[in-house]
Design a protein around this ligand. Structure first.
Ligand SMILES: Nc1nc2c(ncn2[C@@H]2O[C@H](COP(=O)(O)OP(=O)(O)O)[C@@H](O)[C@H]2O)c(=O)[nH]1
Ligand SMILES: [Mg+2]
Length: 454
């Protein structure tokens, strides 16, 4: 049965209207008073709402129902005055109509479709009648301030509806696009979000771009350049991934981090770069004596690269080992992998480092790890005096946006990025622009570590 709902200023107006539509014998099913809603609060007059159906339809339903379940139908109310508005018609579900089988996947589909349709029709209405000033003659005329406020509300509403449609189009969850973005920047925001930049960071970046460009957002290349630049502002970058050696003795660098992130490989890559690109005398030290293979791995690199290697088994041996390397330009200390949960072993690592007193301690983190893991690892290793981050395995990373967030939160300068297993080729000095570009484009193969110092 189709029920129609009529709203009018009085019952007689509503009845007249429904009789005109549904016939003089139309059946009134329900009456109530309601406040007229609208985007303007001051138009909230009380109206009568009448739900009615054609007599024939009511009879048909009555005949289908069993005597036990039939309900009495109120008689038509007499009266005749002009209608104000027909609100909507609502198909009533019959008791026999089959219920759709519910599956979890189905859950959101009807809602999304309904929202899309609603948003589209709202947008069409707003666009075709921007002021929506069709008040009834009985409603008070708003003053100029009220009209201005209403226009503001209307603009906001129009933008909101536009963004609902955009989200639908892009299949984003609701609430993702912040309000206040110019139309042309929503795509950029979405681009960042889909590359796993956090909502907060993406919002900040896009707002900064809007501010920087002052509304000149038509030139896509220019906007892209700005997005990259603003994103890179959030990545702390080391200006000198490898500083000059101190006046006396070698530059001592330590690499720490969890197991398997690429510490030993990166040690070899940095060592090779110093040796071959900068012509420095380089020595390797390892305190990773827990695994025979670990020592053998670094010894192999040392042999290939033609540089000395010292194995330090106890923290107490560290001082002596470094004293013997005073005529080197660079000493790189490779350390055993430590789980962030293993506090005892982290303590031992701390002892090695407190004796070595490295000029720089680089925490090596894998670009393939998840956000929570990276943050937990950083929290565990930062107290060891970490002042640089090396991001490895960017060739296997899938979420560059998340990495930007993580680096921003860790707040230590990024020194190197590694992009493959090949020693020494797959390493480069950190660059905010390059990582920001990876957020938008993924990894595009680049050059190797430049040979200049500082
Ligand atoms: N794909 C890729 N693999 C890497 C990279 N750096 C290191 N690896 C690999 O990661 C594995 C563990 O490296 P290793 O240096 O032994 O890690 P460690 O336990 O931290 O010393 C090895 O198979 C390396 O070849 C990189 O940038 N990209
Ligand atoms: Mg190792």
């Amino acid at each position: 049965m189709k029920t129609r709902i009529y709203r009018a200023n009085s019952m007689s107006e509503a009845v007249a209207a429904l009789r005109q539509d549904l016939g003089v014998d139309a059946v009134i099913l329900e009456t109530r008073t309601a406040r007229r809603s609208g985007i303007w609060g001051w138009f909230g007059a009380t109206v009568v709402e009448v739900h009615a159906a054609a007599a024939a339809e009511v009879r048909a339903v009555r005949e289908q129902s069993s005597p036990a379940t039939s309900t009495s139908v109120p008689a038509p109310v007499p009266g005749a005055l002009p209608l104000v508005e027909t609100v909507r018609s609502r198909p009533q579900q019959s008791a026999e109509s089959p219920r759709l089988a519910w599956t979890p996947q189905d859950e959101s589909a009807p809602d999304r479709e309904a929202t899309r349709r609603m948003a589209q029709s709202m947008l069409a209405r707003l666009e075709s009648n921007p002021a929506l000033e069709s008040s009834t003659p009985t409603e008070p005329k708003p003053g100029p301030n009220q009209v201005q406020a209403a226009r503001g509300e209307l603009d906001e509403l129009r933008e909101m509806v536009g963004q609902v449609l955009k989200r639908q189009e892009l299949d984003l969850p609701s609430g993702t696009v912040p309000t206040g973005l110019p139309d042309g920047m929503v795509d950029w925001y979405v681009e960042l979000i889909s590359n796993e930049v956090s909502e907060e960071l993406a919002t900040n970046v896009i707002h900064a771009v809007c501010h920087q460009l002052g509304g000149r957002i038509d030139d896509r290349d220019r906007v892209r350049e700005c997005v990259i630049q603003q994103l890179s502002e959030y990545i702390p970058i080391s200006k000198s991934p490898l500083p000059d050696a101190p006046q006396q003795g070698p530059l001592v660098i330590a690499l720490v981090g969890p197991t398997g992130v690429g510490k030993t490989t990166t040690t070899a890559k940095i060592a090779a770069t110093c040796r071959f690109h900068r012509g420095e005398r380089v020595a390797l030290v390892t305190c990773d004596t827990y695994r025979v293979a670990a020592v053998a791995q670094l010894k192999t690199y040392a042999e290939i690269l033609g540089m000395p290697i010292t194995v330090v088994e106890q923290p107490s041996q560290m001082g002596e080992a470094l004293a013997a390397l005073q005529d080197m330009d660079v000493v790189i200390i490779d350390t055993p992998g430590r789980s962030q949960r293993d506090e005892g072993r982290l303590d031992e690592l701390k002892q090695f480092l407190s004796i070595a007193q490295p000029h720089q301690t680089h925490l090596v983190l894998s670009g393939t790890a998840g956000e929570k893991v990276l943050i937990r690892e950083a929290e565990a290793f930062l107290p060891l005096g970490v002042d640089r981050i090396v991001l490895t395995k960017l060739d296997e990373a899938v979420s560059f946006g998340m990495l930007v967030d993580v680096l921003h939160r860790i707040g230590r300068e990024l020194s190197f990025m590694t992009t493959g297993q090949e020693v020494p080729a797959d390493i480069e000095p950190a660059s905010g622009d390059r990582l920001a570009m990876m957020v938008l484009d993924g990894l595009v193969r680049g050059g190797t570590l430049r040979s200049e110092r500082g």
